[in-house]
Design a protein around this ligand. Structure first.
Ligand code: CTP
Length: 405
């Protein structure tokens, strides 16, 4: 399972570093390609020579190395691997990661990396239980970093408690589980997200209330499942999705052109709230108030339907195309007719507009309620009210099932 996998192993300062030597040996035995970075602390416990000999590779330890950095060594190291493992992960290393510090090679490449990260913490049990470490661990887990251990038992400091680094075999099992859990590996997914802005003049546009949160959550979930992801996004306040190919657009025409450029893909999820119309001709200059104060008359033309275009693509139709339906009423009949009219495989329908308490039901909210429509099932599957992240994972589970079949 680890054959050919490219692993970057960061060895930070801790007595457990001696176990990391064995971890390198097993990884090599499993045919993984191992590149090691030694921190200053790590080098107090194991020597670059033993690490180089076991990994059969150059060992990196200097952010200021002229030879390595002429080729932007830290950026290369941060991008060229399938997984980054930190073992042992010292309390200090975790604190630096949680706070985004970059004062040596290891912390700088971690900050510059868009790759999955796994950490095997190792420290004294009081340090592990300290509020500062707890907060740092929570932050790292929230960011999706995978933690292995620590275990309970005798510690090098003579105390007994939690803080022992996991054994090399346990770390190997976690690595194998990590790589096994990629059901969408090898598939390319295209996701559209956010609103489109259709200009009326250089300062005004027609837009909508879409936040892009659902599409961004879907991109994250697809990446976690191992898919290659291209996210074509209208203007939103969301942070770029690490690991996705981000394509930013403003108008529906730009969004369609960007999507067509990405095809062919295996999966396409159109979650963008594309403006149905654009101004027939956007004014080159700002539209001024007329002397008689008559409001201007605007003429519109229809925008292309991206979902429909991709669903009916002659030779590049993705295997699976999923659309959304944002409705304010008659959700069942409208969503069903969209499924037929647009030719996609599934529709995720939801109600939009304001609740009785004046809060938005879906747009901008962190939660939503989905009705899941397919051609095969007469009735939609109502999903319980849940977070958009949870909806994204539920959808990815459906996609995984689809490709299994
Ligand atoms: N969609 C699209 N391109 C458009 C309009 C919509 O790709 N020009 C996609 C959306 O991304 C969504 C689905 O079509 O996946 C349905 O969007 P929605 O706004 O609910 O429906 P409309 O097609 O705009 O129909 P209506 O305005 O009548 O509800």
């Amino acid at each position: 399972m680890l054959d050919g996998k490219k692993i970057l192993l960061i060895i930070s300062g801790g007595i457990a570093a001696y176990k990391t030597l064995d971890l390198i040996r097993i990884l090599r035995k499993e045919n993984a390609h191992v590149t090691c970075v030694l921190t200053k602390g790590g080098a107090q416990f194991v020597t670059p020579l033993s690490v180089a000999a076991l990994s059969e590779n150059q060992v990196y330890d200097d952010l200021w190395s002229l030879t390595d950095e002429t080729q932007m060594g830290h950026i290369r190291l941060s991008r060229e691997h399938d997984l980054i493992i930190i073992a042992p992960g010292s309390a200090h290393m975790m604190a630096k990661m949680a706070h985004g510090l970059a004062d040596d090679l290891a912390s700088t490449l971690l900050l510059a990396s868009d790759k999955p990260i796994m950490i095997a913490p190792a420290m004294n049990s009081v340090m592990w239980r300290h509020k500062a470490t707890r907060a740092n661990v929570d932050t790292l887990l929230e960011r999706g970093i995978v933690s292995v251990g620590p275990n309970e038992g005798n510690l090098a400091c003579g105390e007994n408690g939690i803080g022992r680094m996991s054994e090399p075999n346990e770390i190997i099992s976690a690595i194998k589980k990590f790589f096994a859990n990629k059901p969408l590996e090898g598939l390319h997914a295209l996701v559209t997200a956010g609103p489109t802005y259709e200009p009326l003049d250089p300062v005004r546009f027609i837009g909508n209330r879409s936040s892009g949160k659902q599409g961004y959550a879907i991109a994250h979930a697809l990446l976690e499942a191992g898919a290659q992801v291209t996210l074509v996004s209208g203007p939103t306040r969301e942070n770029p999705v690490d690991g996705a190919n981000m394509v930013y657009v403003e108008t529906a025409l730009e969004m369609l052109a960007a999507c067509e450029k990405i095809l062919p893909v295996d999966i396409c999820i159109c979650s963008a709230a594309v403006s149905d119309w654009r101004a027939k001709k956007a004014n080159n200059q700002k539209i001024k108030k007329t002397s008689d104060n008559e409001p201007p008359t605007l003429s519109f033309v229809e925008n292309p339907d991206i979902l429909k275009t991709i669903s009916n693509h002659k030779n590049k139709r993705p295997d699976l195309v999923v659309g959304f339906a944002a409705e304010t009423e008659n959700i069942e009949s409208y969503a069903r007719s969209k499924l037929e009219r647009k030719g996609c495989n599934w529709i995720m329908a939801n109600l939009v507009g304001k609740n009785r308490n004046g809060k938005e039901k879906a747009f901008g909210s962190d939660e939503n309620q989905i009705y899941f429509f397919t051609h095969a099932d007469k009735n939609p599957e109502p999903w319980e009210h849940m977070s958009k992240k949870h909806i994204a994972h539920r959808l990815v589970a459906k996609i995984t099932e689809h490709f299994k079949n």
